[in-house]
Design a binder for this molecule. Structure first.
Ligand SMILES: C[S@@+](CC[C@H](N)C(=O)[O-])C[C@H]1O[C@@H](n2cnc3c(N)ncnc32)[C@H](O)[C@@H]1O
Length: 260
């Protein structure tokens, strides 16, 4: 049976466009460039590090798919205050949902109450103090959360730095099932006006998206079925290569460029 998909009309935004309700949960959104004072979510809401535009881009993208992602195994990189966990759990209804963040544990009472309901403790696991580039910890985490099963969906909303994001992609993309989706959120920070100081001196994440396009061109459908790029995120759909072909997977191994 096809389960209902959350559409953007299902989100009840308040007038300020900073907070919304979904399935009885209140989310307060924040994004880089804002001040800290108005980031306090309050005892009965979840802090969600996204703008309304970004949230709607995601929901529009899923609605545009003939087979929107539902169920399966979801891995989230970058939790901040943990508010994205209930959001994705409500939207995508994963069978298993794991999240990691490099920070020490940080869950609000509201999030704890959410996690305590129904069978969520057995389906959702949060892993704090884990670096997105730590191959050993990622292996352990995937094994504990998903066993031998492949991933259906990865959302990288962690460092947004080129080296770290590329490493995560190389470690986790092979773990996706064929047809599974890998999201790189906020890839476009190098092109945002007014946030020049936040990533000053860092290599643009745009380079990783460009390289993934090169990978797509270099390998036909074998590795990448397609790439969807919008201003908020890029989504890479995994091709049919067996995981055994992708041991020690690296972009450099597969990208081909004509000699100049
Ligand atoms: C943009 S926030 C995540 C927001 C969250 N997904 C949401 O939508 O509410 C980015 C998070 O990534 C974490 N982070 C930064 N570098 C990381 C790394 N190398 N490994 C894992 N997490 C990292 C930060 O601690 C921060 O909490």
């Amino acid at each position: 049976m096809i389960r209902p998909m959350i559409h953007k009309e299902d989100l009840d935004w308040d007038e300020s466009e900073r907070s919304f309700e979904l399935n009885g949960l209140r989310f307060v959104t924040v994004h880089g460039g804002g001040g800290f004072d108005d980031w306090v979510p309050g005892a009965n809401s979840l802090l969600f590090y996204k703008t309304r535009v970004l949230v709607e881009q995601y929901l529009d993208y899923f609605a545009s798919l003939s087979n929107p992602p539902r169920g399966g195994n979801l891995l989230e990189l970058g939790l901040y205050d943990g508010g994205s966990v209930p959001f994705w759990f409500e939207c995508l209804e994963p069978d298993r949902h794991a999240g990691l963040d490099i920070k020490a544990a940080k869950t609000s009472e509201y999030l704890e109450r959410y996690l305590a309901r129904e069978d969520r403790r057995s389906r959702i696991s949060l892993h704090w103090g884990v670096d997105q580039t730590d191959a050993k910890r990622l292996d352990e985490l995937c094994e504990n959360a998903f066993g031998d099963a492949p991933l259906d969906f990865v959302i990288d909303d962690a460092s947004h730095l080129y080296d770290e994001s590329r490493r995560s992609f190389e470690l986790l993309f092979p773990r996706l099932r064929p047809g599974g989706l890998y999201v790189i959120e906020d890839w476009a920070w190098f092109h945002w006006r007014g946030t020049e100081k936040s990533f000053s001196g860092c290599r643009p994440l745009t380079h990783l998206v460009n390289e993934i396009v090169e990978l797509t061109g270099s390998t036909s459908n074998h590795l990448v079925l397609g790439v969807h790029v919008c201003s908020g995120f890029a989504v890479v759909r995994r091709g049919w290569a067996p995981a055994d072909d992708l041991v020690e997977f690296s972009l450099d191994q597969f990208i081909y460029r004509h000699p100049r």
